[in-house]
Design a protein around this ligand. Structure first.
Ligand SMILES: Nc1ncnc2c1ncn2[C@@H]1O[C@H](COP(=O)(O)OP(=O)(O)O)[C@@H](O)[C@H]1O
Ligand SMILES: [Mg+2]
Length: 236
């Protein structure tokens, strides 16, 4: 995998891309503690396509957010590419997220004031200070994801849900992350559009990226090569 992530060694497929050891997440609320994740251990190899399933409130989003370093464990260890994330500074975690992990969400989470082109370009500017206008690779990505030239100047709200999710996928992939995290990526889409998006994610996975997807839809989960089910914050 990328070279700047530390002394973890080459991503030759023999080292887990993600490893959790006894990871818990406890939220302290006025009326008591909520154990969102309860000593979860999990190993994910490069190139896997994982579906995280389970009922509402079972800890799926919490698990995904921890893997994506959007949040930190209350207990236990999380390794990304062999690197113990508890030993990274905030800046290093931000860098790890920016350069190695892409996110897509049920609500698309595009920036409303930016057009399609600017939304996709934004993470690349954060990383390289370069516009994607200068990048052949970025242009190829847009076309591969099915974003036509005529769509690029539009604001997100002028697009259909399926088109917005395409934009979100392109944005997630623009920095060429090794890991793509998806939280209910088809949750706001009709079945047919959902299938188109899932085919796209399948393609992304086939291109070598590790895809970890939260879904409560068994049909959507069939796209994955491994299913993990959470109940009450535990893998069952
Ligand atoms: N930021 C938070 N503060 C307090 N409780 C939270 C927070 N995020 C999640 N929870 C609680 O943690 C549990 C798991 O939530 P979540 O991971 O969102 O579940 P899922 O995605 O499976 O629906 C739930 O009981 C939820 O209410
Ligand atoms: Mg959730």
């Amino acid at each position: 995998m990328e070279e700047d992530i530390g002394p973890a060694g080459p991503g030759n497929g023999t080292q887990p891309v993600i490893r959790l050891e006894g990871v818990s997440k406890v939220y302290s609320l006025p009326f008591g503690d909520v154990i969102a994740l309860d000593k979860v251990s999990l190993t994910i190899m490069p190139g896997e396509f994982i579906a995280i399933m389970g009922p509402s409130g079972s800890g799926k989003s919490t698990l995904l957010n921890l893997i994506g370093s959007l949040d930190v464990p209350s207990e236990g260890r999380l390794y990304i590419d062999g690197e113990d994330t508890s030993e990274l500074s905030d800046d290093e975690l931000t860098e790890l997220r920016r350069d190695h992990i892409g996110f897509i969400f049920q609500q698309f989470n595009l920036i409303p004031l930016l057009n399609v082109f600017e939304n996709v370009e934004y993470p690349m500017i954060l990383k390289t200070r370069q516009s994607i206008r200068k990048s052949r690779k970025a242009h190829d990505l847009l076309m591969r994801i099915g974003l036509t030239d005529s769509m690029l100047a539009h604001k997100p709200k002028e697009l259909s849900g399926g088109q917005q999710q395409r934009v979100a996928i392109a944005r997630a992939l623009i920095n060429d992350p090794a890991i793509l995290l998806c939280d209910e990526p088809t949750g706001n889409l009709d079945t047919k559009t959902g299938e188109v998006i899932m085919d796209l994610l399948k393609e992304v996975n086939a291109s070598g990226k590790t895809v970890i997807m939260v879904t409560h839809d068994p049909d959507v989960a069939t796209y994955a090569s491994r299913k993990i089910t959470l109940v009450d914050g535990r893998i069952v």
